[in-house]
Each structure stands twice: as structure tokens, then as C-alpha cells.
Design a protein around this ligand. Structure first.
Ligand code: NAD
Ligand code: TDX
Length: 335
């Protein structure tokens, strides 16, 4: 029976991935290793805990003994575990170095020792840096990370590459654009804006709101990772993106109009330090080599997502009642 270790499975993308895989592969066993940091939330996996093919372990990917023990039991590793928020990395980069770089290296060591069939590193388009008005990130674009977050993700990618080239470790790296969808922590643009709009609170937009991100529904990210895990050529990098470039201001206006709220809720605030101007992914390689196609258009995905947050306000309110309030004050003051 195929056994997969999924790290960071209580976060946004990891929990969506577990839900997707457990239904698609009833003959696989899954171990979810997650430290349950501020954004790890077992409520993202409600219902899944009863599945006999699912096993949750609370622990840190930097824990050598624990990781060695878990990796000895599995065939595959999919590494989602990371500190994932750019703004937090600007305020306090150290934990990013520990979790994103040292944690990945610890997993790689265990993968090498136990002859894992494949190590899949879930990375990001942010490792490529920022684009001007034109052009796309391809897998050959040089790594030029600009934030502490993306610098740690790029470092981890380079370690994964090194373990492949030096030790012949079977690996893949996926680099995806911005995800949106259910169970996203409300520090990220889309859930933050939906949740503030629902409460008639100001919607803080950094700078002029004209920075561009390339948005992909989390479901389509999951199908791409599944494909790379099973069919990706060893040692290769695959970019994942849906050709959905939008300015932040367009997204925020769309959320407000879908919720029948007034644009006067928009509040322009100080820009993010080192704010990358534009991301856009060329996903030709995964489309032509592996036949991946996204299911969602942005127009259908965003409406479905807004409805999910409308129907799951209890989930959101619980998150926002904890340490989140301190974080919000620190980030946005009295916005
Ligand atoms: P998230 O912050 O929602 O979840 C991260 C999860 O990892 C949490 O459950 C957290 O508890 C866990 N975690 C953090 N540090 C850990 C550690 N040291 N040991 C064990 N568990 C730990 O993040 P996400 O948005 O779901 O992103 C998942 C992965 O995908 C990350 O590696 C991120 O860099 C990458 N990624 C995210 C996006 C995006 O748009 N969100 C896009 C491309 C790539
Ligand atoms: O309050 C806000 N106001 C605002 O204008 C927030 C939280 C964000 N923004 C802007 C900054 C970005 O231009 O919106 C854009 C998106 O911001 P985030 O949701 O923080 O995402 P981003 O910084 O683009 O990074 C995301 O995509 C790549 C994820 O957080 C990363 O984990 C992933 O690797």
C-alpha cells in the first residue's frame, strides 16, 4: 500500500490536498505531520480524521528523530510545511529560516537515508523575483527572491536540487502562483478582504493597489501536485499557474461588488517593503509534458470562494478571535 507523508497538511493548501487525495486514492495511506503553528488548523480537516487511511502527527519538520521515524514508514513525501506569509517574514525572518530551510533539509536527509521514491517540494513563483510589465516566469528564469520569505523558499529549492544532483535523490519542485479557495488563513489578500467586507471594516490595500498577482484556485494546484507526484520526470521543476493576472485593486473591487458592499470601504495604506510588482507564470511545461489543465476560471472560482467564506463564518470568526487580533493591530494599526 502506498504511504505518503504530507507535511503542513493542516494549513490552507495542505488540507485541500489531503481532502483531494484521500478521496481519489482510497488505497493510499496518508500521514499528516504538522506543527500546528498560528495558521495550522485541524478544523480545516474536519471529517477526515475518521478516515482509516489518515493519521495526524503533531510535530515539527525540524525534529530529526520524529522525521526519521515517520519517513522510514513512507514511500513519498510532499512538503507543504512552511512559514508562508511575506509580511510576517519582513517583521521576523528567523522562524522562516528554521522552518523553510532547516526543516526542508531535515526532510531531505531522512528521504535520502530511507530511499524514498519521491520528494516533492511545494514551492512558489516568488522565488523568481518580480516581473516588469511584460514577460513570464519559466522554469529557466533565474532565482531572484526579494523578500525574506521568498529567499528561504529559494534556499530550500536549491537544497532540493543539490540532493538530486549530489545524491541522486528522486525529487520534483513545483512553483505555483498565488492560490485562493476554501480554508485560507485571513492574513492573505482574498480571505482578509472577504472577511473585512462582511464586517463592514476597512479593506487595507498596499501602495496604489496596482501590483499584479497570477491567481489559481487551490483545487487546480492540488491536481497539478498529484500529477507531478505520479508522473513528473525526476529532478525537474514544474511551474503551475492559471494565466489569471489581476491587479490587487481589481480583486478587491470584485469582492466588494459580489458582496454588494461599497467601494468606500477601500483604504489605501503604506506599501509593503520591497513589494514585488508583478508575478506571471508560464505553465506550458506542465501542460504539454503532463497534460495538466486547470478546471476553474477565475470568474467561477472567486464566486464559489466568496460563497464558501459566507457559509463558513464560524470557521473564520474562531480564527479571528485568537492571537490574530494582536497580529492585525501590529500590521494595520487602527485601520
Ligand atoms: P499555510 O501557512 O496556510 O500552512 C502552512 C502549514 O505548515 C501550517 O499548517 C503550519 O502549521 C505548518 N508548519 C509551518 N511550519 C512548520 C514546521 N516547522 N513543521 C511542521 N509544520 C509546520 O500555507 P499555505 O498557503 O497552505 O502554503 C503551503 C505551501 O505552499 C508553503 O510551502 C508555501 O510556500 C507554498 N505556496 C503557497 C502559495 C499560496 O498562494 N498560499 C503559493 C505557492 C506556494
Ligand atoms: O492587506 C493586504 N493588502 C494588500 O494590498 C495584504 C495581506 C496583501 N496585499 C497585497 C500584497 C500582494 O501584492 O495583495 C497581494 C497578495 O498578497 P498576499 O496574499 O500576502 O500574497 P503574496 O505576498 O503575493 O504571497 C502569496 O503568494 C505566493 C502567498 O502568501 C505565498 O505563500 C505564496 O508563495
Amino acid at each position: 500500500m502506498t504511504q505518503i507523508l504530507i507535511t503542513g497538511g493542516a494549513g490552507f493548501i495542505g488540507s485541500n490536498f489531503i481532502r483531494y487525495m484521500i478521496e481519489k486514492y482510497p488505497n493510499y495511506k496518508f500521514i499528516n505531520l504538522d506543527a500546528l503553528t498560528y495558521c495550522g488548523n485541524l478544523e480545516n480537516l474536519e471529517g477526515i480524521e475518521k478516515n482509516p487511511n489518515y493519521n495526524f502527527v503533531k510535530g515539527n519538520i525540524t525534529d530529526k528523530k520524529l522525521v526519521d521515524n515517520l519517513v522510514s514508514k513512507v514511500d513519498y513525501i510532499v512538503n507543504f510545511a512552511a512559514e508562508s506569509h511575506v509580511d510576517r517574514s519582513i517583521k521576523d525572518p528567523e522562524i522562516f529560516i528554521k522552518s523553510n530551510i532547516l526543516g526542508t533539509q531535515n526532510l531531505l536527509n531522512a528521504a535520502k537515508k530511507h530511499n524514498i521514491k519521491k520528494f516533492l517540494q511545494v514551492s512558489t513563483d516568488e522565488v523568481y523575483g518580480s516581473l516588469g510589465k511584460t514577460g513570464y516566469f519559466t522554469e529557466e528564469t533565474p532565482l531572484q527572491p526579494n523578500s525574506p520569505y521568498s529567499a528561504t523558499k529559494a534556499s530550500a529549492d536549491l537544497m532540493v536540487r543539490a540532493y538530486h544532483n549530489t545524491f541522486n535523490l528522486p525529487v520534483n519542485i513545483t512553483r505555483c502562483s498565488n492560490n485562493y479557495g476554501p480554508y485560507q488563513f485571513p492574513e492573505k489578500l482574498i480571505p482578509l478582504m472577504i472577511s473585512n467586507a462582511l464586517k463592514d471594516e476597512p479593506l487595507p490595500i498596499y501602495g496604489d493597489g496596482k501590483n499584479i498577482r497570477d491567481w489559481l484556485h487551490v483545487y487546480d494546484h492540488c491536481t497539478a501536485i498529484d500529477l507531478v507526484l505520479h508522473e513528473g520526470k525526476l529532478g525537474e521543476v514544474y511551474n503551475i499557474g492559471g494565466h489569471n493576472e489581476k491587479q490587487n485593486i481589481e480583486i478587491v473591487k470584485l469582492i466588494l461588488s459580489t458582496l454588494n458592499k461599497d467601494y468606500s470601504l477601500i483604504k489605501f495604506v503604506n506599501d509593503r517593503l520591497g513589494h514585488d510588482k508583478r508575478y506571471a507564470i508560464d505553465s506550458n511545461k506542465i501542460r504539454t509534458e503532463l497534460g495538466w489543465e486547470p478546471k476553474y476560471t477565475f470568474e467561477t472560482g472567486i464566486v464559489e470562494t466568496i460563497n464558501w467564506y459566507l457559509e463558513n463564518q464560524k470557521w473564520m470568526n474562531k480564527i479571528k478571535s485568537g492571537e490574530y487580533q494582536e497580529y492585525y493591530k501590529k500590521m494595520y494599526g487602527n485601520t
